[in-house]
Design a protein around this ligand. Sequence first.
Ligand SMILES: NC(=O)c1ccc[n+]([C@@H]2O[C@H](COP(=O)([O-])OP(=O)(O)OC[C@H]3O[C@@H](n4cnc5c(N)ncnc54)[C@H](O)[C@@H]3O)[C@@H](O)[C@H]2O)c1
Ligand SMILES: Nc1nc(=O)c(N)c(NC[C@H](O)[C@H](O)[C@H](O)COP(=O)(O)O)[nH]1
Length: 260
Amino acid sequence: MSRETLSFPPTSIPPLEPYLPLTSPSPSSKPHLTLTYATSLDASLTLAPGVRTTLSGPYSKSMTHYLRTRHNAILVGCTTALIDNPALNSRLGSITSLDQQPRPIILDPKGRWDFTEDSQVIRLAAEFKGKGPWVVTKRGGETKERGELLERVGGKFLFLETGEDGRFKWGDVLSVLGEQGVRSVMVEGGGEVINSLLIDPENRLVDSVIITIAPTWLGKGGVVVSPSRQQGQTSQLKLRDVSWQPHGEDVVLCGRILRS
Ligand SMILES: NC(=O)c1ccc[n+]([C@@H]2O[C@H](COP(=O)([O-])OP(=O)(O)OC[C@H]3O[C@@H](n4cnc5c(N)ncnc54)[C@H](O)[C@@H]3O)[C@@H](O)[C@H]2O)c1
Ligand SMILES: Nc1nc(=O)c(N)c(NC[C@H](O)[C@H](O)[C@H](O)COP(=O)(O)O)[nH]1
């Protein structure tokens, strides 16, 4: 359980700036969505399902914590919440107020995330080191006790319907977050969240992509970013406005999705 204090050099901010949300976004537009994760050379997020694997080096890690301060919310899937017991706050030493922390959002349609007051994200919210999480679930995915625990730390359940595939539509997720005043969201993973976002038929929801690529192969059997090809799909899903920034042993790839 890390309690480190991180710093991100101001000189590293300008190359990221074009891919970050506006500081004064229009309240009527959909929230800005930045997709960001760390991957191996063979597109793995982790060595095996159920395992937390460190890929980012020190620079990329501090970049992630800087990116967290530039978004209103940080979103992960419930398997990541279950496996990693993540903190989902920013641990930059420059943070002086809770306002600078992102709101943790957990997508959990079936109420699988069995958080308690010992879960990191809950404990940090109780200590005012992070905001209380919002858990997006389907009616029935909530319990009274968990609702009360969330409320005690400033969090809550948000309710959405799922489609036949048991998933929320990403447009609905962004609408419900927008209604709550969220203007920017950083999606951190894991694999199912990222892949379901990349196959979303609307495909207009991802505003920018910031990926840390670590110089390692994790091998077969991990959680891989590789969106299912849609029926009849012949085109590639490509990035435009691409920039590559080497940092330490990692490279950070920024871009926007090319719309066909
Ligand atoms: N390297 C990285 O940057 C990184 C980032 C995050 C997570 N991870 C790793 O990824 C692994 C978990 O990935 P995963 O793919 O197993 O799970 P996940 O974290 O993507 O969570 C999957 C669950 O989230 C919910 N979900 C996902 N998309 C949804 C949608 N569109 N609508 C409704 N619910 C949705 C569902 O309940 C689903 O079962 C962990 O091992 C974690 O350590 C790595
Ligand atoms: N940028 C990044 N580099 C990595 O090497 C790695 N394994 C993750 N993984 C992301 C996953 O969502 C984790 O659960 C959160 O990064 C944990 O967040 P905390 O540090 O606990 O706040 N992310």
